[in-house]
Structure formats: C-alpha cells, structure tokens
Design a protein around this ligand. Sequence first.
Ligand code: COA
Length: 264
Amino acid sequence: MDSRPLFRDGLFADKTVLITGGGTGIGKQLALDFAALGAHVVIAARREERLRAVVDEIESRGGEGSFKLLDIRDEDRVDTVVGEVFEERGGLDVLINNAGGNFVGPAMAMSPNGWRTVIDINLNGTFLMSRAVGLRWLKAGVPGRIINMSATNAHNGSPLMAHSGASKAGINSLTETLAVEWGAAGITVNAILPGPVRTEGSDERLWTDRSTVEKLEARIPLGRFATPEDISPLVQFLASDAGAFITGSLITIDGGDRLRTPLF
Ligand code: COA
C-alpha cells in the first residue's frame, strides 16, 4: 500500500493528539500519520528509547511530536502526564487509547496475576486515561474525541486470549457508556475493533508459529492479517470532521475475519 496519508495535508494542523503506546506497532503508525497530517503528536509509553526514536522520525519528516514516560496502570502518573499535556499544549483535541498488553495461553494456564495484568493495562488503563482527559474537557467545557483500540476478540471467542478478550469487551462497554454520558458535552467516544494484526509486538508475542498464521489467514476473506497501515486511516477518519456525528460506535476492521470463511 502507498505509505502516504490518504487525507489532505494539514488536516490536523493546530491539533494535539495524545496516543498511549506509540513506540511500536499500530500506535507508532498512528503517531507518524497524525504528525504527517499536521498534528502535534504526544506519545506516552514505558520505553524511552522507542518513544525517542519515533519522535526523531516524526521530526526528520518535518512533523511535530513529543513523548511522555507513562505506565497507564499508574493512576497518579496518568493524571500527572495528562495534566502536563493540557498545560504544555493549551489543551488536547484527541485521545487515542492504544496501549495494550497481551500474551497467548489457555485460560486455565493463566495465573491470576497474568489475568489481572492484561485487564489492568487494557481496560483499567483506558478508563484512567479517559477519566483524566474527560474530567479536564468537561471542566473546560470543550469538545473532544476519544478513540479506543479494542479488538474482535471481545466477542468472537478467540481461544488463548481470555484476558485480552474480556478486557476488550469491557472497553467496548466503556466506550458506549462514555459516549452517552459525555455526548451532550460534545465529546465523542468510539472504538475500533481490528481482527488479527501483524506488528513486531504481535509477531513476538502472539503469532509466533508460521503454520498457525497461515491457517488463520486462509480463513480471512481478504486473505491476510491487517497491518498498522490498514488501521490508521480509520482512526484519522474518526478524529476528523468527517467523524463528527459518530459516537458510541464499535467499528470492526478485520478483512472479513468475523465471517469465518466456511470450509466449502
Ligand atoms: N504466558 C503466561 N503468563 C505470562 C506471560 C506468558 N507469555 N507473560 C507474562 N505472564 C504473566 C507473568 O508470569 C506474571 O504473572 P505471575 O506473577 O503470576 O508469574 C504476569 O503475567 C505479569 O507479567 P509481567 O511480565 O510481570 O508483567 P509486565 O507488566 O512486565 O508485562 C505483559 C505485561 C505481560 C502484558 C507484557 O507482555 C507486556 O508488557 N506487553 C506490552 C506490549 C504488548 O503486549 N503488546 C501487545 C502485543 S500483541
């Protein structure tokens, strides 16, 4: 696919977009693409060297970016970082709850702490970030956009991902509730549900076995896993004026994977 953004130049000029994660995978692609469209992108995650490399890449392409060190499980740090972003940027336009954790294993082999860790990163982290940002928007009486990275494993019974699927189902519910509670304030809240996506992180943690990948791909109508480049334009669409009347929506982007191509 052509790597140039699909939208017009300067679409997000003067906008600030805060992305959790952002050092790798989908978050990195989002950071590069939003910056290419004129946004100031703030990426927030745990690994400084990766964040710095993405900001360097944004700047080398003529864009604007900065980073914050953040573990979204840390309630106090979430509030500090969000406060700093509002202070330094004079507000915030878009929050993308992208950071996530996952590993594969049967439910009964998950330790309670392994279960808690994934729920804590994905669901509780999304809540803490949305809360810290939403409180500031509501107090200031300004509109905003929240886009949550969910996944189709929320509802398709994906084996070996009980913790991730449960966390994403929780994210879907939270998305709908916040959309209702905050709609009158002009805050939209939506979730994007990718099917299987190949990134360096997922190759390392989830799709380690090539023959399983091939079997999974064979069932996807479009014949392959998604790439971060497939997902990114949908996020930009929702963050743009084109998405102004979309809220509380759970939007699947999975190459038809949910339809599970029959054997014959
Ligand atoms: N299989 C089984 N259990 C696992 C596991 C695996 N592959 N990886 C971690 N766990 C368990 C640990 O054993 C621990 O439980 P325990 O205390 O009962 O032993 C628990 O999960 C927490 O692990 P820990 O490594 O201390 O947590 P962390 O906060 O450092 O890491 C993860 C969080 C596990 C989600 C890690 O994979 C991560 O940091 N992921 C971020 C990136 C990511 O996952 N991206 C998504 C790519 S698809």
